[in-house]
Design a protein around this ligand. Structure first.
Ligand code: FDA
Length: 303
């Protein structure tokens, strides 16, 4: 119940003002976000790289509503790609298509993304596309399909909680897509998304098997030990080496496990968010875990 309330609050600017002004929410933010600036995230990824872990750079922000905002976001993504090349860090860049204008100008969003893919390719890295709320799923898949023709290392996040995802994946099977499989982080209605964790986990396992059979370099993005064990089993069954699939996790969550897996030869990638627009991201992390929520509410009340 708390989780649903937080996902609701994640989209409310008035609650955002209240939370953002709370002095003591800072330590909570710090746990999940590298910092306000690109250089903060670069430093975190350098540290991760020194432990054999790759980075996934994430510029915080979503739901841009005008062309100038989309252009500014594209510019910041370009700066991230440039810094990856200059510093030589091992990292991809994850993009949210609503930051590039998907909600109001799909053509411009595709143009921005094409430039970013080309620049990333030239810089020796690649892009990943986050999956956002259900209203954007059809367009996001369409944009991925279009760009995937020229940029085969482009990765798309797909959500196991959505009932439609097996059909969507099957529709992409000819392309042997690179997918990041996640449970799904938004508040979605029952008609569209499984609500019970047993159902989400069941579909996650089914999709994991699918990716090991029909996808390329599967990306299994979860902190859930049982689902990670399932992925390791699928890798063994299909003869996939430990570095032949990715285990992706979020910055600040199960860091010990990230290091242990990397030390055992698994290809571990950590999603490192940076920027000042951290509010919706933080609320989604709070919604995932009651223990975080208690810590957070205490900080909010005191702040
Ligand atoms: P679950 O939430 O069941 O957690 C399993 C265990 O992990 C918990 O018992 C706990 O030990 C630990 N844990 C999980 N969350 C925690 C937290 N917040 N704090 C502390 N411990 C925690 N979603 C989406 O809709 N679109 C996207 O593009 C992405 N992208 C993405 C990239 C990457 C790299 C990851 C790891 C996740 C995403 N997500 C996402 C988020 C995803 O949908 C999901 O909400 C979170 O990963 C949490 O789900 P778990 O699979 O970890 O399981």
């Amino acid at each position: 119940m708390f989780g649903k309330a937080l996902l609701w609050a994640a989209e409310k600017p008035r609650v955002e003002r209240l939370v953002a002004q709370g002095r003591l929410t800072r330590p909570v933010v710090k746990r999940f976000v590298a910092g306000d600036h690109l250089e903060d995230a670069i430093r975190v990824i350098q540290e991760l790289n020194s432990k054999g872990i790759r980075g996934i750079l994430d510029l915080l922000g979503e739901g841009v509503t005008d062309p100038a905002g989309a252009k500014a976001a594209a510019h910041e993504y370009l700066a991230s790609i440039e810094r990856i090349e200059q510093t030589g860090i091992e990292s991809t860049v994850s993009v949210k298509l609503t930051q590039l204008g998907l909600a109001f100008d799909k053509g411009a969003c595709i143009d921005h993304l094409r430039v970013l893919c080309a620049e990333a390719h030239a810089a020796g890295t690649s892009l990943e596309i986050d999956m956002e709320q259900s209203e954007y799923v059809t367009d996001t898949i369409e944009v991925f399909r279009l760009l995937r023709t020229d940029f085969t290392d482009l990765r798309l996040a797909m959500q196991a909680y959505l009932r439609r995802t097996p059909v969507d994946l099957e529709g992409l099977s000819e392309a042997r897509p690179r997918v990041r499989l996640v449970k799904g982080a938004y508040a979605e209605p029952e008609e569209l998304a499984f609500q019970r964790s047993a159902e989400v986990d069941g579909q996650f396992r089914f999709l994991t098997d699918w990716l090991f059979e029909k996808g390329e370099l599967p990306g299994i993005a979860t902190h859930d030990s049982e689902l990670l064990e399932h992925a390791k089993g699928a890798a063994e069954r299909t003869g996939t080496a430990r570095d032949g699939f990715e285990i992706q996790m979020l910055y600040g969550i199960r860091s010990d496990l990230q290091e242990t897996l990397a030390a055992h030869g698994f290809r571990v990638c950590v999603y490192v968010p940076f920027g000042s627009a951290w509010y919706p991201y933080l609320m989604r992390r709070m919604a995932e875990r009651p223990a975080n929520l208690r810590f957070f509410l205490r900080a909010l009340v005191r702040g």
